[in-house]
Design a binder for this molecule. Structure first.
Ligand code: AMP
Length: 286
């Protein structure tokens, strides 16, 4: 059955009331559209828990800095509806910017600490935009649970912290990263890559694998692990890293030495021409 398109907060609230009145639960998958197999996997995961899956498609201006790619961000609603429907969405929420941020909009959600390192250094206003729009979406949908991709590891940490701190009654589910056959994490922004850049882009995944191997070999020194990843990236001079980091996966703190049994996360961001890519991997320290 074709997916139903909802455009206003009012329509979304009515949908939620209908589902609730039949004792149903709502799962939300927030996206910025231009859907790919990574997004579809989140929808399928949600669909395993409830038939009432809502996908939101909203390119949120407030999470882009003025020099970033808001205007150029890829969009294709027709195709998105097809992919969302096929993956099991019941409704797709596609609000206009003015619906989400009407005149006089003055509130924002700032999650301190976990939003500050890594992406926070290079995109200082990004997570404020993300937290604000995600809070709105969770509340508009009255979502019982929402699914996010581990691809955006720090975003998951920010959303989980926010939901706890603000007592938002939505469970956050984190789904694994879906990759292309050669290891590149799927992303709507991959369409920006020239054929040559697309080939080079696999260096991010290779760097993560090098970091993982180092940890699995028994390397515990954060500097040494980061060096392993950095060396791989340095092998492709066209790839300019913003950060190559190892951190505690729970707190995002950066210990000098990891301890056995700890969950470590390797985090990378790099620019390839005008395209900025991020990736990560989570490893239990042996
Ligand atoms: P975006 O449309 O890029 O804002 O992403 C929407 C949601 O899909 C976020 O929770 C992302 O983490 C998730 N996502 C994006 N790419 C992937 C991927 N390759 N694998 C799994 N989840 C993803």
């Amino acid at each position: 059955m074709a997916v139903t398109v909802l455009k206003t907060v009012e329509e979304m609230r009515r949908y939620r009331a209908d589902v609730r009145s039949n004792n149903g639960t709502i799962g939300l998958v927030p996206t910025m559209g231009y859907l790919h197999e990574g997004h579809a996997s989140l929808v399928r995961l949600a669909r395993e828990r409830t038939p009432h899956v809502a996908v939101s498609i909203f390119v949120n201006p407030s999470q882009f800095a003025p020099h970033e790619d808001f205007a150029a961000y890829p969009r294709n609603l027709e195709r998105d509806l097809e992919i969302a429907g096929r993956a099991g969405a019941e409704v797709v929420f596609v609000p206009e910017v003015a619906e989400m941020y009407p005149d006089g909009f003055s509130t924002s959600v700032v999650v301190r600490a976990v939003s500050e390192p890594f992406e926070g250094v290079f995109r200082p206003t990004h997570f404020e935009g993300v937290a604000t729009v995600v809070a709105k979406l969770l509340l508009i949908a009255g979502a019982d649970f929402a699914v996010f991709g581990r691809k955006d590891f720090q975003q998951c940490a920010v959303v989980q912290r926010m939901v706890r701190d603000l007592n938002i009654p939505t469970s956050i589910i984190v789904a694994p990263t879906v990759r292309e056959a050669d290891g590149l994490a799927m992303s709507s922004r991959n369409v920006y890559l020239s054929p040559e850049s697309r080939l080079i882009s696999t260096v991010l995944h290779k760097a993560l694998q090098a970091g993982r191997s180092a940890i699995e070999r028994g390397e515990r020194s954060r500097a040494a692990i980061e060096q392993c990843m950095g060396d791989v990236i340095a092998g492709e001079p066209q790839v300019v890293p913003d950060y190559t980091a190892a951190a505690n996966a729970d707190t995002l703190a950066q210990p000098d030495v990891f301890e056995s049994g700890q969950q470590a996360v390797l985090l990378l961001a790099a620019r390839l021409g005008r395209t900025r890519l991020i990736d990560n991997d989570v490893i239990e320290v042996p």
